[in-house]
Write a protein that binds this ligand. Structure first.
Ligand code: GLY
Length: 377
């Protein structure tokens, strides 16, 4: 879609895009088929070599496909395809995969298939979709997040971002169960994870035998009843995507309601999210990844919002991305761009550090505003 912007924002955007291209081009030359997570002293390690099934292993490939689409340079596609092939061992081993096969294979195989028509990629994507669909519980209508007998009753807000894999599989095959599973899980999230005030739980737990609702345990945020900011961002973007595919008005309303809650909270901290909007006042921890993910969700809402509403979501997305300026490292000789991302509230080693998905959503947000992004979800 076309974004109208004032001249100051337009200038900022164009300058930021130039820096992004320089940085990501240099990284592409340096990293090859690496699957980065968090850099150490500005140097990425290969997460794929130590934990091939990590849920984050698709994001760098997502960046590469976005850049291939935006810039048309073959080197991005070559490295992305190398990552996709490396992930075959995880697909084959199967047992350690969980609901995050969406994040992993939307950013690799499905992106490849959508952009190049590679049939082997299509088949990998459908394989991953089968795994995701197989996690659906008919009692409780939810997709099981993690693996273990003890955790089989748990579903989490993040899963909304995995569901586009099922929508894609439905579009490819016409098999209605993919779509029905995605819809039932989304309805479940609306009922049990998103709260009436627009804030969200991270998790919901059901009795897996009867499907009876049990509780909303705390997750990656401050605790039960708190408001983990990346979870809010997943809800904004995930519900907007659910609306894209299923066109149920309540999904767009939910995306807007969580967005309004998110914006009211980030406005208190110059549009830089805290890890949790309902944590104790001190210590204050930031999570920039929530800000850039939410910005992409706001731009997705803008695609479907009414004529007079669009500018609210577009201007807010620009504010959220511009707020990241002080946290961006554009030096092309070091790895990663966005600092101060946090995986979770209660863990120190990946708190307030650069995390690969922060860079992914920063890239997607800038490319969306430049009208150079393709829909990876
Ligand atoms: N899906 C896991 C996370 O957001 O950290």
């Amino acid at each position: 879609m076309k974004y109208t912007m004032n001249s100051e924002d337009r200038k900022w955007l164009e300058q930021t895009y130039e820096k992004l291209v320089v940085k990501l081009s240099a990284q592409c030359d340096r990293l090859g088929t690496m699957m980065p997570y968090v850099p150490e002293n500005g140097v990425y390690q290969d997460m794929g070599a130590v934990h091939l099934e990590a849920w984050t292993n698709g994001f760098y490939s997502g960046i590469l496909w976005q850049m291939f689409h935006a810039e048309g340079e073959e080197k991005y596609a070559v490295n992305a395809e190398g990552i996709e092939k490396r992930l075959d061992a995880a697909l084959e081993a199967f047992e350690n995969l969980d609901h995050d096969v969406g994040f992993q294979w939307l950013h690799t195989s499905v992106a490849n298939y959508r952009l190049t028509g590679n049939v082997k990629s299509r088949s990998r994507g459908l394989h991953a979709a089968g795994i995701l669909a197989g996690r659906f519980h008919i009692e409780g209508d939810y997709i099981q997040a993690w693996n273990s007998r003890e955790k089989q009753g748990i579903a989490i807000i993040d899963c909304l971002m995995n569901l586009p894999l099922l929508h894609w599989a439905y579009e490819e095959t016409g098999y209605i169960s993919y779509r029905q599973i995605a819809e039932k899980h989304t309805d479940m999230a609306l009922k049990y994870i998103i709260r009436p005030d627009g804030s969200c739980n991270h998790m919901v737990e059901f009795n897996p035998v009867t499907g009876e609702y049990l509780n909303n345990p705390g997750g990656q945020g401050y605790g039960s009843g708190s408001s983990w900011s990346r979870g809010q961002a997943w809800a904004i973007y995930g519900m907007a995507l659910a609306y894209r595919y299923l066109k149920k008005p309540e999904y767009l309303e939910a995306a807007k309601s969580v967005a309004h809650y998110f914006l009211a909270n980030v406005a208190l901290n110059d549009y830089v999210p805290l890890i949790d909007f309902r944590a104790s006042e001190k210590p204050v921890y930031l999570d920039t990844t929530a800000g850039v993910c939410a910005a992409c969700g706001l731009l997705e809402i803008a695609e479907f919002a009414g004529e007079y509403e669009k500018s609210l979501y577009i201007s807010s997305a620009v504010k959220c991305i511009k707020a990241m300026d002080p946290y961006c490292v554009w030096n092309p000789e070091t790895d990663s761009i966005l600092s101060h991302g946090s995986a979770r509230y209660d863990r120190e080693y990946d708190r307030e550090v650069p995390i690969i998905y922060g860079d992914y959503f920063l890239t997607e947000g800038i490319l969306r505003l430049m009208e150079k992004a393709f829909l990876i979800w």
